[in-house]
Write a protein that binds this ligand. Structure first.
Ligand code: NAD
Length: 459
């Protein structure tokens, strides 16, 4: 389908100018309508996710539809209080005044979504954008066309098209959209494309949120419960066949723990997916041939500790653990984004630093240890988007925690109230009383310096 992007943006700007989206009740009504519609379409969404890359239904509900219904319920419940102007303690320099922060929608927003959680990562920012009173153009990923179609049907059913609309297509469509002037751009995807988005936003100084990726380390200390750690790591790594931006990318295991921990890891993989994971109903496929080839090239037979088999016709790559691949190998160069887990080892804190600091700031970092001092040291020594001690992924599940990257893994954060805040300009307004007007600030200034210094010192 040919889209006239300029016309779509113009229509949305006109819709925004009507002021309808400024009405909080109207936003709430639409979010409720959206909640009803996504609940009604849950099976269709799960079927589409399965058709796109065999996402298991349980994972689809846990990591896609469940997150969206929970985010919608939370937003609907809290929206009135979030949207209210917040009174803050006034500055005595302004006495007497009433000081407030008003949340104002930016206007016309663009959301570009990736394919790995194609439903959830499209709708989650959209909820924030609508809750904050913006119009939205949503561009889902072209690599998950079935999900994109269901998304389009849901959005068309719930919203007027000049308020929220879906524009489907690949890179050319995305670039046409980026060439328009937006009031906010929210992008989720790769670091490479994140930089293209930032460049496209720069000429108009359009604010952006960039939710990107990185090479997420997972440190396993000797003082840990190997079985439990293996269970949580196998779950977090092989969920969605490893195509999760916050999946542990590689392990850094204490050298003396390597043998026992690897044994636990391999046992856990067998327990989870059986002797032949290709037959497991609980393991997704790789999204495209291009990604399959990229991942398959990382597997070197002599490094495989478990897994290693591939089937291109079915875009299947077994859950695979690699033994200390070289740092200049394909597996250790960039983000893996697939079911391949390299193990590296450390003997000292310096070894850990030498590994982690080879890479840009990651989106997530995980540490498994019963030694609180060690765990806290890991958490505070490195900069990363977010993470967990003794678990993986689960920090994503709390909508009271900001979700976002730092450095090359992104800028800005969202979820829960922060999604509302991300899509709102915070407008500060003071209302001065007229019954008193302290004269110090007015010229002529002669003889007033001591009063000024007094105020600056104490207020
Ligand atoms: P991608 O960057 O290739 O594509 C994301 C979106 O950008 C798609 O809608 C695509 O059509 C569009 N796009 C692609 N190339 C473009 C270009 N040259 N110009 C304009 N638009 C373009 O990413 P992906 O493959 O869909 O997703 C995988 C990446 O996303 C991984 O790096 C992963 O870590 C990251 N990711 C991050 C998060 C997060 O929340 N931080 C979540 C999921 C995925």
């Amino acid at each position: 389908m040919e889209y006239n992007c300029a016309e779509i943006v113009l229509a949305q700007k006109k819709y925004f100018a009507t002021g309808r989206t400024k009405n909080v009740q109207y936003r709430k009504m639409l979010l409720k309508k959206l909640l009803k519609e996504v609940q009604k379409r849950e099976n269709d969404i799960c079927d589409a996710l399965y058709a796109d890359f065999k996402k298991p239904k349980f994972e689809a509900v846990m990591t896609e539809t469940g997150i969206i219904t929970s985010e919608l319920r939370f937003t609907i419940r809290k929206l009135k209080s979030w949207a209210k102007a917040k009174r803050v303690f006034p500055s005595l320099l302004n006495f007497p005044s009433k000081d407030r922060i008003h949340s104002e929608p930016f206007g016309t927003t663009l959301i570009i979504a990736p394919w790995n959680y194609p439903y959830q990562l499209a709708l989650s920012p959209l909820i924030g954008a609508v809750a904050a009173g913006n119009t939205v153009v949503l561009k889902p990923s072209e690599l998950t066309p079935n999900t994109a179609t269901v998304l389009e049907e849901i959005i068309t059913e719930v919203f007027e098209k000049d308020h929220v609309t879906v524009v489907k297509g690949g890179v050319p469509v995305s670039q046409k959209l980026l060439a328009e002037r937006w009031d906010y751009i929210f992008f989720t995807g790769s670091v490479h494309v994140g930089k293209i988005v930032a460049k496209a936003a720069a000429p108009n100084l359009t604010p952006v949120t960039l939710e990107l990726g990185g090479k997420n380390p997972c440190i396993v200390d000797i003082h840990t419960d190997f079985e439990l750690a293996a269970k949580r790591i196998v779950w977090g790594k092989f969920l969605n066949a490893g195509q999760t931006c916050i999946a542990p990318d590689y392990l850094i295991v204490q050298a003396q723990a390597k043998f026992d921990f690897t044994k636990a890891l391999i046992e856990e993989i067998h327990k989870t997916f059986g002797e032949n994971p290709q037959e497991s109903p609980d393991f997704a496929r790789i999204v495209s041939e291009k990604n399959f080839d990229r991942l398959a090239s990382m597997i070197k037979e002599d490094e495989v500790l478990v897994g290693g088999s591939t089937d291109k016709d079915n875009l299947y790559i077994a859950p695979t653990v690699l033994d200390e691949p070289a740092f200049d190998s394909e597996a250790m160069k960039d983000e893996i984004f697939g079911p391949i887990l390299p193990i590296q080892v450390y003997s000292s804190l310096e070894d850990i630093s030498n590994i982690i600091e080879r890479y840009e700031k990651p989106l997530a970092l995980y540490v498994f240890s019963k030694d609180n001092k060690f765990a806290n040291r890991m958490i505070t020594s490195y900069s990363f988007g977010g993470g967990a001690i003794n678990d993986t992924i689960m920090h994503f599940g709390n909508h009271r925690l900001p979700f976002g990257g730092v450095g090359e893994s992104g800028m800005g954060a969202y979820h829960g109230k922060l999604s509302f805040d991300t899509f709102s300009h915070k407008k500060s307004v003071i209302k001065k009383a007229n019954w008193l007007d302290i004269p110090v600030r007015y010229a002529p200034y002669k003889g007033k310096m001591k009063f000024l210094n007094f105020f600056l010192k104490y207020f």
